[in-house]
Each structure stands twice: as structure tokens, then as C-alpha cells.
Design a protein around this ligand. Structure first.
Ligand code: UPG
Ligand code: MN
Length: 416
């Protein structure tokens, strides 16, 4: 029975985070939620991505990155670092819902979590870094313009101790840690993927009951590459991960390749660039499918069946990026079913067929010839005028291209 006045809400301020929102939305659908799905976006999200979002979410709601409550707005304009934070707060304006569950775009549900709607505002799970604070990646709230206004005022007045929404919300709902244990969601509803290795025995003991995985931190699932043949996440040389972490990442990519990629293809026939790869290009995002050259593909000895555990053939992927081999990640199907034996959308059931290649090749050839899937963030180069304006406003990129070492290099080049 569907409940129309309650919703899961997420946020994607750009096309990159949309990839996460889509996988989250699809995971909620796969586990047959009875609630509505809503996504907040900002004006920069491309029209193509919006139409893909609409096929997964019931509502795609555009909000301004900085708008609303005029008196507070000015004060907030002085604090550009609160921009994204502020955008998350817009979820309180969704007053056509009586109760909502906010979920970060970098979360993924592993089973139906509709029971979260039995909780009251403000319920959240402890943060693994500082358990007296809650993590703001999953929380139960009641939309209310009054609360929204109070939050904006609070933000303008006090800022955020961590510069993000989590610090702000923890200061605002400051009695969360002590007032009502009913508002402490079990950690299983917001399992940070790094907790998998920070407390291994606990993960081994409780992890099978995980309900929501949260890929918090700098490296998101879409920053990895995925091998479609082996259904493994490929290691980029700088990341290491435990078996379970990689399993969760593989699950993310499995949903992405099985359910999201076909939606993107429907929208836009894959652009065949060189013979080697196919690309989807959105606003600042490029989704790439790399093909293995036929000779390499033919050299694969093992038939590619998703249920099978097999060794990765090193030539199956690009030489500079060896697939992750230290852990038996190909067992992701098994590990998944260990966690929730009865869940329907475990990776093993999902096979990816790429229509762009189907016309020319047989099934096996398809899975053999499409090898690597990756998403690239391509920020648009700011114009010289824009750069100059930033300098004049004192907004240099001290850590990046305006770092002293770079400026020194330029000076040296100039003086020589
Ligand atoms: O450019 C961005 C950045 C963030 N988001 C949204 O904001 C959420 C939070 O950002 P995220 O990158 O997921 O942050 P975390 O790595 O999860 O870090 C923590 O710190 C954040 C800032 O306080 C909190 O929002 C998170 O809940 C908390 O887990 C994302 O999931 C998205 O929904 C965007 O849409 N665009
Ligand atoms: Mn997050």
C-alpha cells in the first residue's frame, strides 16, 4: 500500500551527484518502498539528467543554491562555504509531505527501510568519527517552514563548526545525544563504509544486518572504475579496500550498470568516439564504456557467467589499471546474499547488455567486448574574466592552481 504523504528525499547539486542519487533511488525501488521518492536539484543539473531522474523519482524539485528567507539570505551570502549545506536544508520546505527520511546521494539501501517512518524528528544514527554527534547522511524529519526558517537563522548566526550541514544540524538539534534514545537510529541504518575496517570484529558480528551503506568521505563509488565482465571494482592504485568495502562498491556499480546505464542510453545513443570507447556526456560528466580490443577479448579463456567465481584475466582491462585482485571480490554475489539471503536485487541476478554493441555481436561477445565503465567529472574551465573576478574578490584557489608553488613557477618562467 503506498503512502503518498511521506517521502525519501535526497539531494544532487550537480550531474555527478545525480549518479549517486539515481543508484540510491533505484535501490529504494528495488526494495519496494511504499513511500514517494523525491530529489532536490539545483539549476545547474542538465536537462538530460533531469529526465533520467524523473524516471526513478516521483518528484524532481529544483531549488536555488542560495535562496529564501530574505533577511537571512544576506548574512549567508557572506559565507559561501555554507552553500551546499544550505541546499540540504531545503528539504524542510517539502511541506506537502508530513514526514520524510533524508538520505545522502552517496548512500544505498540493502533492504526495505520503510520502518524508519515510525521514528520522529529528529532521528539519526551516530557518526562513526564522533559518536556523540549524529551523521547527517540519513535522518528522519518533519517538513516545516518554521523549522526551515529557524535553521537558516541559526546558520547565519552561528555557522557550522565543520563547515557543512552536519555541524550545523548537530548544533541545532543539540540534545540528540542525550534526550531521547528513540531518536538514535541504529548504526545499521547509516553504516559508513569505512567502519568496515575501523572495527572489523563488530562488522563481522553485526554487519550481516546492515540496512544502509554510506560511502562517506572523499572517494565516492563513482570515482572508481568498474569491470563489467568480472563485476569487480577496479583498484586505482591509491585506494585499498577490504573485501566487504569492495563488495558494497561492486553492489553500487551493479545497480548502476544494470538499471541506470540503460536509462542514460535510452536518452542518448552512446556516442561512439574512437573505436575503443563509447561516451555519454552530460553537464560536466562523462560516462565512458571502454571496449577490450577483439584480440584481447578473444584471449579470455573463461566463459563469462555472472554467477561464476573466476580469476580475472589481467589482459581483460587496461594495463595501467590492474583489477583489484587481492580480495575475492568476485564473490560479491555470495557476500551480498550472506547479508540478506532473500533480497531480490543482489548482483548475481543482474546482467548488463549494452544495446549499442548488440547489433553487431552475440551475447557473449557483448559481455566480452565491453570492459570498463567509468564516470569522469569534467568541470568547465572558468573564463579568464571569471578568474580575474575571483582574484579581485579575494577568492583565490590557494590550495590548487593559485598555490604559491604554482605562482612561483610562473614567476620563475617569466623572469628567466
Ligand atoms: O557537491 C555536492 C556535495 C554534496 N551534495 C549532497 O550533499 C550530500 C553530503 O555530501 P557528501 O559528499 O555525501 O558528504 P560526506 O562525505 O557524507 O560527509 C559528511 O559531511 C557532510 C557535510 O557536513 C554531510 O552532509 C554528510 O552527511 C556527512 O556524512 C551528498 O551525499 C549529496 O546529497 C551534492 O549534491 N553536491
Ligand atoms: Mn554522504
Amino acid at each position: 500500500m503506498s503512502v503518498t504523504d511521506q517521502a525519501f528525499v535526497t539531494l544532487a547539486t550537480n550531474d555527478v551527484y545525480c549518479q549517486g542519487a539515481l543508484v540510491l533511488g533505484q535501490s529504494l525501488r528495488n526494495h519496494t518502498t511504499s513511500r514517494k521518492l523525491a530529489v532536490l536539484i539545483t539549476p545547474v543539473v542538465s536537462s538530460g539528467m533531469r529526465s533520467v531522474l524523473r524516471s526513478v523519482f516521483d518528484e524532481v524539485i529544483e531549488v536555488d543554491a542560495l535562496d529564501s528567507a530574505d533577511s537571512v539570505r544576506l548574512a549567508l551570502m557572506q559565507r559561501p562555504e555554507l552553500g551546499v549545506t544550505f541546499t540540504k536544508l531545503h528539504c524542510w520546505t517539502l511541506t506537502h509531505y508530513s514526514k520524510c527520511v533524508f538520505m545522502d546521494a552517496d548512500t544505498l539501501v540493502l533492504c526495505n527501510v520503510d520502518e524508519l517512518f515510525d521514528r520522529e524528528e529528529f532521528s539519526a544514527a551516530p557518526d562513526s568519527g564522533w559518536p556523540d554527534c549524529f551523521n547527517s547522511g540519513v535522518f528522519v524529519f518533519r517538513p516545516s517552514l518554521k523549522t526551515y526558517d529557524l535553521l537558516l537563522r541559526f546558520a547565519a548566526e552561528h555557522g557550522s563548526f565543520d563547515g557543512g550541514d552536519q555541524g550545523l544540524l548537530n548544533s541545532f538539534f543539540s540534545n540528540w545525544a542525550t534526550a531521547d534514545i528513540g531518536k538514535h537510529l541504529p548504526f545499521l541504518y547509516n553504516l559508513s563504509s569505512n567502519a568496515v575496517y575501523t572495527y572489523v570484529p563488530a562488522f563481522n558480528h553485526f554487519g550481516r544486518d546492515a540496512k544502509v551503506v554510506h560511502f562517506l568521505g572523499a572517494t565516492k563509488p563513482w570515482n572508481y572504475k568498474y569491470n563489467l565482465q568480472t563485476k569487480r571494482v577496479m583498484q586505482d592504485g591509491t585506494t585499498s579496500g577490504s573485501f566487504h568495502q569492495l563488495s558494497f562498491l561492486a553492489l553500487w556499480w551493479n545497480i548502476y550498470s544494470a538499471s541506470i546505464l540503460p536509462l542514460l542510453e535510452k536518452l542518448q545513443k552512446m556516442e561512439e568516439s574512437e573505436s575503443e570507447e563509447c561516451k555519454h556526456t552530460f553537464n560536466g560528466v562523462e560516462i565512458t564504456l571502454k571496449k577490450v580490443s577483439p584480440s584481447v577479448a578473444n584471449s579470455l579463456q573463461t566463459p563469462v557467467l555472472p554467477e561464476q567465481t573466476y580469476e580475472i584475466h589481467p589482459t581483460a582491462s587496461s594495463p595501467e589499471e590492474p583489477p583489484f585482485e587481492a580480495q575475492p571480490v568476485c564473490e560479491v554475489e555470495k557476500s551480498g546474499s550472506n547479508i540478506h539471503p532473500s533480497e531480490p536485487d543482489r548482483p548475481s541476478e543482474q546482467l548488463v547488455f549494452h544495446p549499442a554493441f548488440q547489433e553487431t555481436s552475440e551475447l557473449n561477445e557483448v559481455t566480452r567486448s565491453v570492459s570498463e565503465l567509468s564516470i569522469h567529472f569534467k568541470p568547465e574551465e572558468p573564463s579568464p574574466e571569471e578568474e580575474r573576478r575571483k582574484w579581485e574578490e579575494g577568492r583565490m584557489d590557494y590550495m590548487g592552481k593559485d598555490a604559491f608553488e604554482h605562482i612561483k613557477k610562473k614567476l620563475d618562467a617569466f623572469l628567466h
